[in-house]
Ligand binder design. Structure first.
Ligand code: SF4
Length: 484
């Protein structure tokens, strides 16, 4: 689509809006003039005109008092694209990945849960049940966030390696034998960087609340490697203080990597929460997406996790996988729920540009998500009946139906790190390839300032001294805190 913008509006924001109707849309300077969108923002009004697959149209809206140009353009698009396509996104004109931030701001300012939901409906045109759910999540999250001590933080360690590559994956995760041979050197560097970052944490007088080892697939490490890594984390906790630690997560992920020996190492190392992710319990669908495990493997690894002594188990499922049906998805939900894990996370299938699956299935994006929207709602109702409450939420770009990912938990079993990272409440000190350290400052003006410090994306770059030295991060942390 050709996009023309004029005035005070960012083209990127308009592209995000267009993708609510056309997931995966590409924007070109010259699209033969067949499909275009023109957005003009002036001091008092916004004007839109377009020609899209479904027809052409235009409208002009006045800028109302208190309106930003983004909100006005969003509302204009909702009206114009909605009337031409007949599709009105359930999340209205919200393009951000953290939908609970808006109700959360209302609650923090003293508003009620219903005020928070009303803000989402009225300003962002979010449908009623989504607005109510997001407001409820924001309320639960705030009740947990309010229990954090002053100066809290979390630690993230990245293990970007997987046994094989899932077809829908667009993460940087190494899975070939040659690249997997980097693991020992990678772990050495990770541990040494964690030690350096621990010095910064101590200098900044931070209190560690949660530790999260994520991937990739961290349980690709063997038991000895897990011992090595967890010992390093425990040394860090001993030095920086462990009295505020409330959660220590190992993202197991792929059932085919979980063994009794590894989870015994995890338990010895103090892990309190683990993910065992079937994604679906339908073996045909699993085969189609390139996962090398079967439902039976998931049951075996779940059993190992349940007997390991690790307190909380999370299971991820994905709605809308290629080849899946609403009935088969709901069977996956009930199969997993029948095991009674503390957390169940329901993702909505998202295809990124690089994924091989997109090349073979270009029609995989479907506006509105078709039956997917019902699957997501049905799973929410079903899980609520079993005592699972939605406790965190995020959205991804290019998700069918512009839908959401929701973490569900039994009361008191919420995954704390997920809340803290999603709501950006405190510093996350992150080490490893692709890791992003986030430093959060809450200004006196009530504004939130976040500084992001990036490590190299690819493990081979991370391992090259000339390309990356942790000192870059630790120096930046020290400078950040010297401003206090
Ligand atoms: S397990 Fe996750 S990170 Fe690894 S290949 Fe599959 S989707 Fe990608």
């Amino acid at each position: 689509m050709k996009l023309i913008t004029e005035g005070n509006i960012k083209p990127y924001y308009v592209q995000m809006l267009v993708m609510l109707w056309y997931p995966g849309e590409k924007f070109a300077e010259d699209d033969d003039g067949k499909r275009y969108l023109e957005v003009k923002v002036s001091e008092n009004s916004i004007a839109l005109s377009c020609r899209i697959d479904e027809g052409e149209g235009s409208l002009t809206l006045p800028l109302e008092a208190g309106d930003t140009s983004e909100l006005a353009v969003g509302r204009g698009m909702y009206k114009l694209f909605g009337s031409l396509t007949g599709f009105y996104p359930e999340w209205g004109i919200m393009t951000g990945v953290r939908p609970a931030k808006i109700p959360s701001a209302v609650l923090k300012a003293g508003g009620s849960r219903s005020d928070a939901a009303a803000r989402m409906r009225e300003r962002y045109l979010v449908k009623e049940d989504k607005a109510d759910m997001a407001a409820g999540i924001a309320e639960l999250e705030l009740s947990i966030i309010n229990t954090l001590p002053e100066n809290s933080c979390s630690i993230y360690l990245s293990i970007p390696f997987c046994p094989t590559r899932c077809e829908y994956c667009s993460f940087v995760s190494y899975s070939t034998p040659r690249l997997l041979s980097l693991i020992p050197a990678y772990l050495e560097k990770l541990v040494s960087d964690l030690e350096a970052l621990t010095d910064s944490i101590i200098r900044a007088k931070k209190k560690i609340s949660t530790v999260y080892i994520g991937g990739g697939t961290p349980t690709i490490l063997d038991a000895a490697q897990l011992d090595f890594l967890l010992d390093a984390v425990n040394r860090c906790l001993d030095r920086a203080g462990r009295e505020h630690l409330r959660e220590f997560t190992l993202e197991g992920g792929r059932p085919d990597t979980i063994t009794e020996e590894k989870l015994a190492a995890a338990c010895r190392g103090g892990i309190t929460r683990i993910s065992v992710n079937p994604q679906t319990t339908n073996n045909d669908v699993l085969q189609g997406i390139g996962r090398s495990h079967k439902y039976e493997d998931f049951l075996r690894s779940y059993d190992i996790a349940a007997k390991s002594g690790i307190k909380y188990i999370n299971c991820d499922l994905i709605a809308g996988l290629p080849g899946d049906s609403p009935e088969s998805f709901m069977k996956s939900v009930s199969d997993v729920a029948s095991l009674g894990p503390a957390n169940i996370t329901i993702h909505t299938f998202a295809v990124k540009k690089s994924a091989a699956i997109l090349e073979r299935n270009p029609g995989i994006y479907s506006r509105g998500g078709g039956e997917l929207s019902h699957s997501v709602s049905d799973s929410r109702i079903y899980l609520a009946g079993l005592g699972y409450n939605p406790y965190y939420i995020y959205r991804q770009k290019n998700t069918a139906g512009a839908l959401e990912n929701i973490g569900y938990a039994k009361v008191g079993a919420e995954g704390l790190y997920n809340i803290f990272i999603m709501e950006e409440v405190h510093d996350i000190f992150a080490v490893g390839a692709g890791a992003v350290t986030k430093l959060v400052r809450h200004g006196k003006d009530g504004e939130e300032y976040i500084e992001r410090l990036f490590s190299p994306k690819y493990p081979y770059e991370y391992l090259e001294k000339e390309k990356f030295d942790i000192k870059k991060i630790t120096d930046a942390v020290d400078v950040f805190y010297s401003k206090d």
